[in-house]
Design a protein around this ligand. Structure first.
Ligand code: HEC
Length: 197
């Protein structure tokens, strides 16, 4: 019994003691170097640069090619499916009694000026389209689409859904935007639009 316990004692490891092991100077100096490099890097940046000038594209580069239109041409069909299809439908037939048809519409194929005015400011109140009466809200697009985009979507609806009217130039939209610049409200249906014709 006594013999056995001595054997057990001999097999034990010595008690652990704390030893002084400083961080190696190499590691310390590497950390110091990194720290110094970081500070220098930050100081060498020029924080007074206007962040808007970060990439060197010019305004004209950006304006020449609106998003999503390779080659820079504005695609009326694309604008129609993004902005109009929900109400006027892919066929341009609208929804009876709710959304008026663009197909065969006298407003679409009539005066280019009036068509531009409708897109810029929207319509509210009683509107007659192809003999049918509507009383809904057509949203204004003056803040959503630029002149070229409005011209493109108008040209699209004037030459699709069986319609055949000449294209509309961005200048017509531009002139109409200028002429109605102070307008805040949508056109009041037939009453306002007939006067525009
Ligand atoms: C939220 C639904 C809605 C959206 C989106 C919408 N419209 Fe309309 N639109 C209407 C309604 C409703 C009228 C009729 C307004 C009334 O009854 O006073 C109308 C009327 C019109 C008219 C005159 C009447 C006719 O049928 O010819 C044209 C042109 C027109 N919209 C074109 C467009 C184009 C182009 C777009 C997309 C850029 C568009 N609309 C987006 C709801 C919409």
């Amino acid at each position: 019994m006594e013999h056995g316990s001595v054997g057990a004692q001999e097999r034990e490891n010595p008690d652990p003691t704390e030893v002084d092991r400083p961080i190696p100077w190499l590691v310390l100096s590497l950390v110091g170097l990194l720290f110094g490099w970081g500070i220098t890097y930050i100081l060498m940046q020029n924080p007074k640069d206007d962040p808007a000038l970060g990439d060197s594209r010019t305004l004209s580069t950006l304006q020449a090619k609106p998003a999503g239109s390779p080659g820079g041409a504005v695609d009326g069909a694309q604008i129609y499916s993004a902005q109009c299809v929900a109400c006027h439908q892919a066929t341009g037939a609208g929804l009876p009694g709710v959304f008026p048809p663009l197909a065969g519409s006298e407003w679409v194929m009539g005066s280019d000026k009036v068509a531009a005015a409708i897109l810029l400011h929207g319509i509210t109140g009683k509107l007659t389209v192809k003999g049918g009466s509507y009383n809904g809200q057509m949203p204004a697009f003056k803040d959503k689409l630029n002149d070229a985009e409005i011209a493109a979507v108008l040209s699209h609806i004037r030459s699709n859904f069986g319609n055949a009217a000449p294209k509309i130039a961005p200048d017509v939209v531009k002139a109409e935007r200028e002429a109605t610049r102070d307008r805040k409200d949508p056109w009041a249906g037939d009453d306002d639009l007939v006067k525009l014709k």
